[in-house]
Design a protein around this ligand. Structure first.
Ligand code: B3K
Ligand code: ZN
Length: 906
């Protein structure tokens, strides 16, 4: 890594562009060996910059050969410009322009690139047989020289020329305005996108694709053509994405007043893709894993992911494309807001409480860990080396929580007024998170001054709450203390503005009217309130409280904080059963299970045999009995929520809660509790398992998904009993399943079971599964990951064998994730083996991928960066591997940033 490449970009250095690009005309001559890109850019000096007399034009560009360069038809010679690794600098524009650069000039540039050799999957590259692009954040500069920054917005016209047999379908943004045939079996298409956009939203696809088509009539009665393009073999896997798209389009009209703008909306599925999908204007490009769905090959979880990602990318058309980011520090402006929008969409499509539980679980496990690690950064970062490293859970998930908190503080009507104003004010502009907050303030009159700290301060705030009941005065006090641990570059934090949604429950579980001291008593006082926590220490005294209540705090997880309140286990049981807030019922169940698991762990560490709190065993029994009665009777309960209540906190969450992670202890303690629950309640689990069976044909509606989830949750407990009959039933479910959800669940259980009788069944099932699905790439990925996450000893050896399997290809990100990432992130006991072999394995893969695909390499590295949370022996081993990676002389900027920042945390 050369020093120049390890440069840091700072938000404080932001400067508006000296030149603007009004019009961009691109011409692509696609070819197997060399692709020629001709660009014709209409530029002019930025008139909004006072006194702008800039005459040097520096364009971004890398990995290409420049063939010719002209300004206003005048050819430049190599003395007139400087080509460096990442730029092209023209020293004097006015020397070639036919008029003042203020009035505009035309830059024509011909470059040659080799998409077939581009393994970074950024810019223009080949995925299997097709050409496709990924330009966000800075991939366009690998296509042609350009001002590759989001505040340069231009109208694009794109002509694609290619062999007609191999590439019958040629796509780009906007509308197809002309096409025709050429000699030599070639053809061409010209696309025009009337909306100004930054180049990161540019897209091109060429391939032998088939499509399904539908139409959507917008709220103003415009008919939009919807097309989903895939390889022919996948045509039977597009319907769910199409349905999801139409639901999303309607939802955005109804909930945000946002109508689609072009006449056509296209989605293309590609197999080699660094992330989930990309919101290119009018031409979304999707990882096959986020668009294809069919009951036979796709699990319920993947069906739900398809719905969410299709909606997310569609919603970007407004939150991202029509209103875009001024610079990449503002990334959460579009990502946080859009994740919030897609989460609300999913909540409306399925079960709201369950959706919230899933999101919060993920946030508390993965984002909290990121916020406590060496790469912690604010929702609006101050600096970065490589922007690709900042597509993080903080930008996305915490960013969404920040938007959610704004809605908590404003209420839904004012929030909607704020979003309307934001879209109206900034349509067609590249703006900042500050502009978003200003619009919210202007439309609501709510002061978000202190709230802005959520954008600038990293780290997860802690809320320590204690209470005090005064029986004689009939007052109940909540004393709230907030603090936030230091994060890299930020040792001190100022108090956050935290919306604390809460209620007080009396002994019957009823909510009490909430009147704060100083407020007039009112007969219609609310029973739920959002308290504004704004100081380091703050007291809230409620009056007229006749007996000591149980507080229901942080309802719906109203802020992304760590809450500490000294609940007794009986209080938690009470909230679990009596709270009207579904999220808090679940959260109390988790807290109780965490406390019991931690107790088992401590007993284990002290060499005592575990004693399991009977209250938890009984509570699970109660849940099960009510679930059984409900399944036999009215069927009113939300079975997805029941499954959540019956699921123990993950090892990852238990690890996040630990100061020093006892990898094996956590695994052992959690398994011990799960096994005990299984044995104690085997009969109830068996009843429920049977009651959740159904002969109905597969449907991906919320109730059917919930039923299957609950059923497979029961089966998991039953397999834990290690009774041969349950292993056989599991194997039978695997064999006879009419859908992938049930087959996959059973396969996972067989692969993970430590029972001796499971061994032959597992071997048979894995062989059969591969045999049957070897031609379905996404299913083969599942087959890889099922094996990679088995906690049995010897898994790493198996993973290494699978790396040599003919179906594995490290250049395909889905495959790398299915095997390497699954092993390193979801198999703690094996990855953290004290031999250090897991760490060496990961470092080897990162070193390989660093050369092929730096983005994926940097992302895979995450588990090694968390070394500070482990014991000395593991810390030493992990750091040694990070140092080995750091010593690679060819380190990409992506990997360099992650390695150096995590070693600096020393
Ligand atoms: N905006 C893209 C992410 C691009 C990532 C580039 N490294 C997908 C999304 O968030 O919708
Ligand atoms: Zn997004």
């Amino acid at each position: 890594m050369r020093d120049a490449q390890a440069r840091t970009i700072f938000l404080k250095d932001y400067q508006a562009p000296a030149f603007l690009i009004e019009k961009t005309e691109l011409h692509f001559d696609l070819d197997e060996t060399r692709t020629r890109v001709t660009s014709r850019l209409v530029l002019r000096r930025n008139p909004d910059l006072a006194g702008n007399v800039e005459d040097t034009l520096q364009l971004d560009g890398q990995d290409m050969v420049l063939e010719s360069l002209r300004i206003d038809g005048n050819e430049l010679s190599s003395n007139d410009y400087v080509v460096a690794d990442e730029s092209l600098t023209i020293n004097s524009v006015s020397a070639f322009a036919s008029q003042s650069p203020d009035a505009g000039f035309v830059l024509e540039c011909v470059t040659v690139i080799k998409p077939q050799e581009n393994t970074s999957l950024e810019g223009l590259y080949k995925s299997r047989t097709m050409f496709c692009t990924q330009c966000e954040a800075e991939g366009f500069r690998k296509i042609t020289y350009y001002l590759d920054r989001p505040d340069v917005m231009s109208v694009f016209t794109t002509t694609i020329v290619a062999d007609k047999d191999k590439y019958p379908v040629l796509l780009s943004n906007g509308n197809d305005i002309a096409h025709g045939d050429l000699d030599g079996g070639r053809h061409w298409v010209t696309w025009e996108d009337p909306f100004r956009k930054p180049c990161y939203l540019f897209a091109l696809v060429a391939g032998d694709l088939k499509h399904i088509e539908d139409t959507f009539t917008t709220c103003s009665q415009r008919d939009i053509t919807l097309r989903i393009f895939v390889e022919e073999k996948d045509l039977d896997k597009c319907d769910h994405a199409m349905d999801s798209l139409k639901h999303a389009m309607r939802w955005d009209e109804e909930v945000y007043g946002r109508e689609y703008d072009l006449d056509i909306f296209m989605i293309v599925a590609v197999d080699d893709f660094n992330m989930g999908a990309m919101e290119n204007k009018g031409l979304n490009i999707f990882n096959t894993s986020c668009v294809l769905a069919n009951p036979a090959t796709t699990t319920d979880l993947a069906f739900q992911r398809v719905e969410a990602v299709v909606a997310h990318e569609y919603f970007h058309n407004w939150s991202g494309n029509r209103v875009t980011c001024r610079d990449w520090f503002q990334l959460s402006l579009k990502e946080g807001f859009t994740v919030f929008r897609d989460a609300e969409f999913s909540a409306d499509m399925g079960s709201r409480s369950v959706k919230r539980v899933e999101n919060v679980s993920f946030l508390r496990t993965a984002q909290f860990a990121e916020d406590a690690g060496p790469m912690a950064h604010p929702v609006r970062p101050d600096s970065y080396m490589e922007i690709s490293n900042f597509y993080t859970l903080t930008i996305y998930e915490k960013g969404a929580e920040v938007v959610r908190m704004i809605r908590e503080l404003l209420g839904p009507e004012k929030f909607r007024a704020g979003s309307d104003l934001y879209f109206d004010r900034h349509d067609g502009q590249a703006v900042t998170t500050e502009d978003f907050v200003l619009a919210m303030e202007a439309a609501s009159g709510v002061d978000l001054g202190q709230f802005r700290r959520w954008y600038t301060q990293a780290g997860t705030p802690q809320l320590k709450i204690s209470d005090n009941y005064d029986a004689s005065a009939q007052t109940y006090e909540l004393l709230v203390r907030q603090s936030c641990p230091p994060t890299p570059e930020q040792s001190h934090k100022d108090a956050f503005h935290i919306p604390l949604r809460m209620s007080l429950l009396n002994a019957d579980g009823d909510e009490l009217p909430l009147v704060l001291s100083g407020e007039p008593a009112a007969s219609d006082a609310p029973t739920e309130r959002v308290l504004d926590v704004t100081s380091d220490v703050q007291s809230f005294v409620f009056k007229g409280v006749k007996s000591r209540p149980v507080p229901s705090l942080l309802r719906g997880f109203s802020a992304p904080v760590k809450l500490q309140f000294d609940y007794s286990r009986d209080d938690l049981l009470f909230i679990m059963t009596r709270d009207s807030d579904g999220f808090n019922r679940w959260s109390a169940a988790q807290d109780l299970a965490v406390a019991v698991i931690q107790e088992i762990l401590q007993q284990h560490q002290r060499g005592q045999s575990p004693g399991i709190d009977k209250r938890l065993l009984d509570a699970v029994g109660d849940i099960l009995r009510s679930a059984v009665a409900d399944a036999r009777g009215s069927g009113e309960l939300d079975q997805a929520m029941l499954a959540q209540l019956l699921s123990l906190p993950s090892e990852a969450y238990l690890s996040e809660l630990s100061n020093e992670i006892d990898v094996d202890g956590i695994h052992w303690a959690r398994e011990t509790l799960a096994d005990a629950l299984a044995v104690e309640h085997a009969e109830n689990f068996a009843d429920l398992y049977k009651l959740c069976q159904s002969d109905a044909p597969y449907s991906a509606d919320a109730a059917s998904i919930a039923r299957r989830t609950l059923k497979n949750c029961c089966l998991a407990y039953l397999v834990r009993t290690q009774e041969p009959r349950w292993l056989e039933i599991c194997y039978r479910q695997f064999n006879e399943a009419g859908n992938m959800t049930d087959a996959d669940a059973a396969l996972r259980l067989l692969v993970n079971s430590p029972a001796e009788a499971a061994q032959p069944l597992r071997t048979q099932a894995l062989n059969d599964f591969y045999e049957r699905w070897q031609h379905e790439s996404l299913v083969v990925n599942q087959w890889f990951s099922v094996q990679a996450i088995a906690s049995r000893p010897g898994t790493l050896a198996q993973v290494k064998l699978l790396m040599n399997h003919k179906a594995f290809d490290i250049r395909n990100p889905n495959k790398a994730r299915a095997l390497i990432s699954a092993f390193c992130n979801m198999n703690a006991v094996n990855f953290h083996a004290l031999s250090g072999e897991g760490y060496t394995f990961l470092a080897d893969q990162v070193i390989t991928l660093n050369r092929l695909n730096p983005q994926i390499a940097a992302r895979l590295l995450t588990p090694l960066t968390r070394w500070q949370k482990y014991n000395q022996q593991r810390q030493h081993l992990m750091k040694a591997e990070l140092e080995r990676i750091q010593a690679d002389p060819e380190l990409s900027r992506d990997v360099y940033e992650v390695v150096s920042k995590s070693l600096k945390a020393n």
